[in-house]
Design a protein around this ligand. Structure first.
Ligand code: PD2
Ligand code: ZN
Length: 279
């Protein structure tokens, strides 16, 4: 009998891997259920490459996105690029990264986003939807996941770097801050007290990590700040700051903001990572 991997089986395998089942155990279950061992190995290996882009067995602290910083690595192989580890903080979990994006990639993302920029909004507190807020004076837009080849390549790199499935990522958001614009300190997780949160959580659960990628270098100002730990990460083209949060709570110390741009302008691309598959 010819065996082949149906979309349903693929989805089931993906869910098993994402919920922490080891790839080797999945292969054993599949062979016990009558699958040819070679095919089972191939199916699981393909999914690991497509989805995790890392090893499902690699420990991820508390099930969060996290670069592999074992042995004090200074460079992380993200498949098509070696990413520099510039600084780390344990609590809150913050990792500053270099060489994440090439100059060409930054410029291509800005060029594709520029004609689609609108005044940024924040999640409304009292009703469903979003609203303009004086705490956020940037303009922004969202790409679809894999909307163009550059975005798709960068998303695959991020998945491998942070060992988190592409499917759990929201579409990349691009923000532009003109001189004087800022994003006042906030949390990126969804607040259970807000009216829209229940419906937002249906599309992939809570956010558990944020990657802010700098697409240009403002002349002065515009750092990403973490007031709880008095950290400021300067915006430098191609670099990024990653932080994760295990719970939607201030105790994660992930309060952060975009400081006012003092001279020049600032462009960033933000990738938010959900606990489940984002749809
Ligand atoms: O642009 C930033 O530095 C920044 C700061 C805080 C971006 C975000 N938050 C965000 O996109 O959530
Ligand atoms: Zn934020």
């Amino acid at each position: 009998m010819t065996q082949y991997i149906t979309p349903e089986l693929r989805r089931w395998l993906q869910e098993q891997l994402q919920s922490g089942v080891k790839a080797t155990d999945l292969v054993i279950s599949m062979t016990q259920a009558g699958w040819q061992r070679k095919l089972a190995l191939q199916a699981v290996a393909e999914l690991k490459i497509d989805g995790w882009l890392g090893t499902a067995e690699a420990p991820r602290p508390a099930g969060l996105p996290e670069p592999d910083l074992a042995d004090g690595a200074s460079l992380i192989d993200a498949g098509d690029r070696q990413i520099q580890v510039l600084a780390t903080v344990q609590h809150p979990r913050v990792v500053v990264l270099g060489n994440l994006l090439s100059r060409d990639e930054c410029e291509a993302i800005v060029a594709a986003a520029r004609p689609r920029m609108h005044r940024s909004e924040t999640v409304a507190e009292q009703r469903e939807g979003s609203e303009v807020n004086t705490a956020r004076t940037s303009s922004g837009m969202f790409f679809e996941r894999a909307e163009n080849p550059v975005i798709e390549r960068v998303e695959a790199r991020i998945a491998r770097l942070l060992r988190w499935p592409v499917e759990n990522g929201e579409g990349v958001q691009v923000l532009n801050y003109q001189a004087g614009a800022e994003y006042q300190p906030h949390y990126d997780y969804f607040d259970a007290r807000h009216a829209s949160t229940a419906s937002i959580l249906k599309r992939g659960g809570q956010r558990v990590g944020t990657l802010v990628m700098y697409l240009n270098t403002p002349r002065r100002g515009g750092a990403t700040t973490f007031p709880d730990i008095k950290l400021a990460v300067q915006a430098v083209q191609g670099q990024a700051v990653f932080f994760s949060y295990a719970r939607p709570e201030p105790s994660t110390l992930t309060l952060h903001g975009g400081a006012s741009v003092l001279e020049g302008e600032k462009w960033v691309a933000t990738k938010w990572l959900r606990e489940g598959r984002f749809s």
